[in-house]
Design a protein around this ligand. Structure first.
Ligand SMILES: *Cc1c(COP(=O)(O)O)cnc(C)c1O
Length: 469
């Protein structure tokens, strides 16, 4: 569906954080009209730290990580023939040293997908045995660092990579711990660009064409590859549980084929991430980690019993569902412009001091967001609201953060606009378009604020320009 066909979404009543714990940070509440997160008024943050700023609710992030860790540990409790379960945080959603340490302290591993993410996780002090490396086109340097630092698992994504990892492991004289990413044929997720397991896309080794079996045979013969298990990630922003259980069944069925055709055991499987979250308050209710873990456990147990297979260790890789709702974006409203529409009526353009450089998702995926004011109450009566379009400051007419949202009719320059659910794929996808500096990520907890990531300055930007002294 194109965005133009979609019914307008917005905070028709300006969502009250207290009523939407799935959309807002757990600690968000309004006190005397002012929105407060982690015990810190957003008005104070704007004054002391400036705007735009990502505000991270530490308690919420920790809590969401903890829920995943305990759900997986409980549902795959290593008794009764099971080998345990755990979660790896998908670092690409948002990674900083403090976030890596925080999720690690809750018992999660950290999945990385580049030299930068891997280096950051290692330098943050995450146990290498709790780090994974993903990617469909890993460099020799990435693989070498992974092997030298003794990380837990490298996810093999192609036949070329079987040879590449074998070659580098041989050079280093080590056995490379590898898992194999399967293309299950399942298509899930709200948008084609974030659905990653159907056939016509770049990730994984195809089950349907025999590619996966061929890669497994090559891995079994390779002297420096230590096969640790199978992996599947079927997409992102998935609601419900059907696609997850289907993928789990497909992976276990393939494990049975490996036993039958190659006499190979599968000690572990990883069923990826992709659990959807709320962005506007009008999305479906997100599936809880407990429910996802239970459905996976049921599917894995059922298929293993069917094939007479031992139950493998099971992990998942949530990203968005841990980081997403833990962060809000704080902007300051600037220019406001009423634009007359062709069919009559006006649209109010509300420009904020950031835009597509700090949140590319609306442009990239047609993603919908909502917003409210942080510095004063939003009136409940529809008559006091105006339909607004929130736009950024970039030289691009598509630089739209929210296509339609109802905000107070007297919204004015200087007001503080807050957008919830920007914690995943917000900062991590930020760019320097127009040489706009990246905002910082300010962590708030118990009334105190500190940077997890400091804001960029123009000097940081110019530092790489070889033409400047
Ligand atoms: C992106 C990604 C994830 C995390 O996805 P979310 O939708 O953020 O939960 C997990 N595993 C892999 C392989 C990924 O590429």
């Amino acid at each position: 569906m194109r965005k133009a066909d979609r019914a307008p979404v917005g905070s028709l009543t300006c969502p009250n954080p207290g009523e939407r714990p799935d959309l807002w940070p757990w600690s968000a509440r309004r006190v005397d009209g002012v929105l407060r997160v982690g015990g810190v008024d957003l008005t104070r943050i704007a004054c002391e730290f400036g705007t735009p700023t990502f505000v991270l609710d530490v308690e919420g992030l920790r809590g969401r990580a903890r829920v995943w860790a305990s759900a997986m540990a409980e549902e795959f409790w290593d008794g009764y023939g099971m080998r345990g379960g755990d979660a790896f945080y998908a670092g690409k959603a948002f990674l900083s040293a403090d976030v890596a340490r925080l999720v690690a302290s809750e018992g999660l591993g950290v999945d990385t997908a580049s030299l930068g993410e891997l280096t950051l996780a290692l330098r943050a002090g995450v146990d290498p045995k709790r780090i994974g490396l993903h990617g469909n086109n890993k460099s020799d340097e990435e693989i070498r660092l992974a092997l030298e630092s003794g990380i837990h698992r490298i996810f093999i994504d192609s036949m070329d990579e079987v040879r590449q990892v074998e070659r580098i492991a041989a050079e280093l004289g080590v056995a490379a711990p590898v898992m194999v990413r399967l293309k299950s044929g399942i298509h899930a997720g709200g948008n084609e660009y974030v659905a990653t397991a159907h056939e016509d896309q770049k990730f994984g080794l195809s089950l349907a064409t025999g590619q996966a079996l061929e890669a497994m045979a090559a891995i079994a013969r390779a002297p420096h590859l230590d096969f640790r298990g199978l992996h599947s990630h079927i997409g992102s922003q998935i609601f419900g549980t059907r696609a997850f259980s289907q993928a789990a069944r497909i992976v276990i069925d393939f494990a049975a084929r490996l036993r039958d055709e190659l006499a190979l055991g599968v000690p572990a499987i990883d069923l990826g991430g992709g659990v959807g979250i709320s962005y506007t308050g009008q999305d479906p209710v997100p599936t809880s980690p407990v429910e996802v873990a239970r459905v996976l456990a049921d599917a894995v147990r059922e298929r293993c019993a069917h094939h007479g297979l031992p139950i493998p260790h099971v992990s998942v890789e949530p990203g968005r569902s841990i980081a997403g709702a833990s962060m809000v974006m704080l902007y300051r409203v600037g220019a406001i412009k009423d634009v007359s529409l062709e069919g009559g009526g006006v649209r109010r353009y509300v420009a904020i001091d950031g835009g597509m450089s700090d949140n590319i998702r609306p442009v990239l995926y047609d993603a919908a967001y909502t917003a409210t004011l942080a510095n004063r109450d939003c009136p409940a009566q529809p008559g006091a609201l105006a339909r607004c379009r929130v736009v950024g400051k970039h030289c691009e007419s598509g630089d739209i953060i929210i296509r339609d949202v109802d905000l107070p009719g007297d919204i004015a320059g200087g007001d503080l606009l807050v957008v919830p659910a920007v914690g995943a794929y917000g900062y991590s996808m930020a760019s320097n378009y127009n040489m706009v500096t990246k905002p910082g990520v300010l962590a708030v907890e118990d009334g105190a604020a500190r940077w997890f990531v400091r804001p960029q300055t123009v000097d940081h930007l110019l530092a790489l320009d070889a033409g400047l002294a």
